[in-house]
Design a binder for this molecule. Structure first.
Ligand code: SAM
Length: 298
């Protein structure tokens, strides 16, 4: 199949998905989404075969790419400012990022403790989302930037987040948005599955240990759980403060870390104008999704 034909087929699939009614599709602990793949666009790609080390390969590659992509840096700084605006300085406790990867958030939030599964030398410490080393109630803000969709068992991770967060502490997620255009772009140009029709597994099976965490990716996870509301019945003890789709044609056009960049600064200026025009139509155009949850009881 030629590249154009491939894109045509994907476009048809993406448009088809705009009519998709997404119903909760939880499966029992212990079963993997790949065991029962129903087919459809979300299961076109799979990451089942990738080792956990794949994350570290991408961290090193992204850190290299970062140096040569000043426009991407500008876009990320804006994203970090969006996150910084959700930090309540009156809340006592630590500000912690999980899955910091290349660790660039410190440029905008210098007091943030950067962490990752991989103890790269530029990070403050090594942490696994499923078993954190922070004391109960010691964290005021937990930030996950493009990390939530790598958690195979989001409900299990949420329990651990609740443990370390202080009362009224905030969990801030920044994720891909599976709007119509988002689905098309992420599906076509990114190697990770979007997974809109795959089953999600809320809790880890009995006997799961944090060191069993494996490579997993479903870019549409936060969209499904928080924007479309699949997680709502499961959020006892949390208050949803904000679910904010964000238009960012500039981000799409930047090519991210691995894709080709479209245009220079002038075009990016125009894209920002386009973002302003399309912001009222998030279902069609959102590129990113900001989610803020608050721990609402001790
Ligand atoms: C897509 S990268 C995002 C990295 C960084 N936040 C950024 O925006 O460049 C996902 C990151 O999540 C980390 N990660 C995946 N599973 C994790 C877990 N269970 N606990 C902590 N970090 C995890 C990976 O090591 C990787 O650095």
């Amino acid at each position: 199949m030629t590249g154009c034909a491939l894109i045509d087929v994907r476009l048809i699939h993406a448009l088809h998905l705009t009519n998709d009614v997404l119903r909760p599709a939880w499966i029992e602990p212990g079963r993997r989404s790949s065991d029962t793949k129903p087919g459809g666009i979300g299961s076109m790609k799979t990451t089942e075969a990738l080792p956990l080390e794949q994350h570290n390969i991408e961290i090193q590659r992204n850190r290299q790419a970062w140096q040569h992509k000043p426009l991407l840096q500008d876009i990320y700084r804006d994203f970090y400012r969006t996150i910084a605006a959700r930090i309540d300085p009156s809340q006592p406790g630590l500000i912690v990022e999980l899955g910091s990867g290349m660790g660039a958030i410190k440029e905008i939030i210098p007091q943030c403790i950067t962490t990752d599964l991989f103890p790269n030398p530029w990070l403050d410490r090594q942490e696994n989302a499923y078993r954190l080393s922070f004391a109960d109630g010691s964290v005021s803000h937990l930030i996950l930037f493009d990390v939530w969709h790598h958690l195979r068992y989001p409900g299990t991770a949420l329990q651990e987040f609740r443990r370390v967060l202080a009362p009224h502490g905030r969990l801030i997620l920044f994720e891909p948005a599976a709007s119509w255009s988002g689905r098309f772009i992420y599906q076509t140009f990114h190697h990770e599955p979007v997974g809109l029709r795959d089953e999600l597994t809320w809790e880890a099976p009995a006997g799961f240990s944090a060191k069993d965490a494996d490579y997993y990716a479903a870019q549409g996870s936060a969209t499904r759980l928080f924007w479309w509301g699949e997680a709502r019945p499961r959020l006892a003890g949390w208050r949803i403060d904000e679910v904010q789709p964000i238009a960012s044609f500039a981000y799409f056009a930047s090519g991210g870390f691995s894709g080709p960049r479209l245009g220079g600064r002038f075009l990016h200026g125009l894209m920002r104008g386009l973002d302003w025009l399309t912001a009222p139509f998030p279902r069609a155009f959102a590129a990113r999704l900001l989610v803020v949850l608050e721990k609402n009881s001790p």
